[in-house]
Design a protein around this ligand. Structure first.
Ligand code: SF4
Ligand code: SF4
Length: 364
């Protein structure tokens, strides 16, 4: 027997983020019928609309189905009451990240525009402290050489340590999320091993198959692919740069294959991010309702790419402001990479885990 425990504050929060008139949902089920991704058994998003309407926080936050939705918007397009189920699911996803992220106060800081100065101050203060400890917090003389400002050994050890620490904390929240998924949608008799499920999900993510199954908002697919692969390539190039710095083979010349890949990846990111921003500004029918979290992610990723390009240009052209731009770029790195488990980008973890779990219980 399930005991209904409504949480009105949670319902109000979902309504506020999504802008949906939840009470208008008449449970016709149209949304689940048109959704090409919903499984036959207990399909979404109709049941999520009832749960959200009742404020059933416990059932929604650990619900893997929330992450199987790829935000195509078909359900919202065909909803006869204009209740925007796609935006409701998106709002629940944002609340899920805030609920499971550890330490929780960082997720809170990153979810409120009024606390943005604190979110910026944290990396500024910590990077300044590291540079002061390294004894290099001053503009070096001579041609631009970033390693004189932030020695590689200090940069690589401190940034790697802080990233791993943040991700280790988030592992605690993700373990709880996994446990909750098992409770809310229990496994049946026909299970697939976690290894096989993971391989199948990785193939699906790389091929962006689920994205292309959605009808109404197909253009989102191309923008997401550009950002996804551009970001993945830049991470690969960054890992290579860390190794190159250790082997004293840094900075890389323009003709180095990794440098070329890095610049191509930046172009992919620029294109994908500009398309996404254009859709959020002028094509709400494609992008859905935009929130602070959506813009924080898009703007921080664009600033990261832009400052990375400027850092490169400043070194080659010996700009006097090179070190100031470099400092700004490091703050952007912090925003996108270190804050990842707390922002919308955390969907990389949550969606992947939910897809693996769903695949492992044959919920396709
Ligand atoms: S959200 Fe819309 S389509 Fe879905 S059940 Fe409610 S009224 Fe029907
Ligand atoms: S947004 Fe698309 S994938 Fe998500 S529930 Fe609606 S129809 Fe299904």
């Amino acid at each position: 027997m399930y005991q209904v425990k409504p949480d009105i504050a949670f319902k109000k929060k979902v309504v506020k983020i999504s802008g949906s008139a939840l009470g208008e949902c008449m449970q016709c089920g149209n949304c689940s019928v048109v959704c090409t991704l919903a499984p036959d058994d207990r399909p979404f998003p109709r049941k999520e609309m009832v749960w959200a309407g009742w404020g059933l926080k416990d059932k929604l936050l650990g619900n893997p189905d929330i992450w199987l939705c790829h935000q195509c918007g078909d359900c919202s397009t065909h909803c006869p009451r204009n209740v925007k189920p796609a935006d409701v699911i998106s709002a629940v996803r944002k609340t899920t990240i805030q609920n499971y992220a550890r330490p929780g106060f960082i997720a809170k800081i990153l979810s409120k525009p009024a606390l943005l100065p604190i979110a910026i101050a944290i990396p500024v203060i910590i990077i300044t402290l590291i540079l002061s400890l390294a004894g290099t917090f001053k503009i070096p003389e001579g041609p631009v050489d970033y390693s004189k400002f932030f020695p590689h050994i200090w940069l690589n050890t401190t940034f790697t340590f802080i990233t791993l620490a943040f991700y280790a904390f988030s592992f605690v929240g993700l373990s709880r999320f996994w446990k909750d998924m098992k409770m809310i949608i229990p496994s049946g008799d026909q299970n697939l091993s976690l290894f096989k499920s993971t391989i199948s999900v990785v193939k699906e993510v790389l091929g962006h198959r689920k994205f292309s199954e959605c009808e109404s908002r197909k253009p989102r697919n191309y923008a997401h692919m550009l950002v996804f692969f551009g970001f993945a390539l830049l991470l690969l190039v960054t890992l290579y740069a860390i190794v190159a710095a250790i082997t004293h083979n840094y900075p890389l010349p323009f003709t180095n294959p990794f440098k070329i890949i890095g610049n191509l990846a930046s172009l992919m990111l620029y294109s994908g991010l500009i398309i996404m921003m254009w859709q959020r500004l002028f094509r709400k029918d494609i992008a859905g309702k935009s929130t602070y979290e959506d813009w924080l992610l898009l703007v921080s990723m664009l600033l990261l790419t832009l400052s990375g390009t400027l850092v490169e240009a400043a070194r080659f052209l010996n700009w006097s402001l090179a070190y100031h731009i470099y400092f700004f770029h490091l703050v952007c790195v912090w925003f996108v990479i270190m804050y990842l488990p707390f922002t919308k980008l955390g969907h990389i973890f949550y969606r992947t885990l939910a897809m693996i779990y769903a695949r492992s219980i044959n919920r396709n």
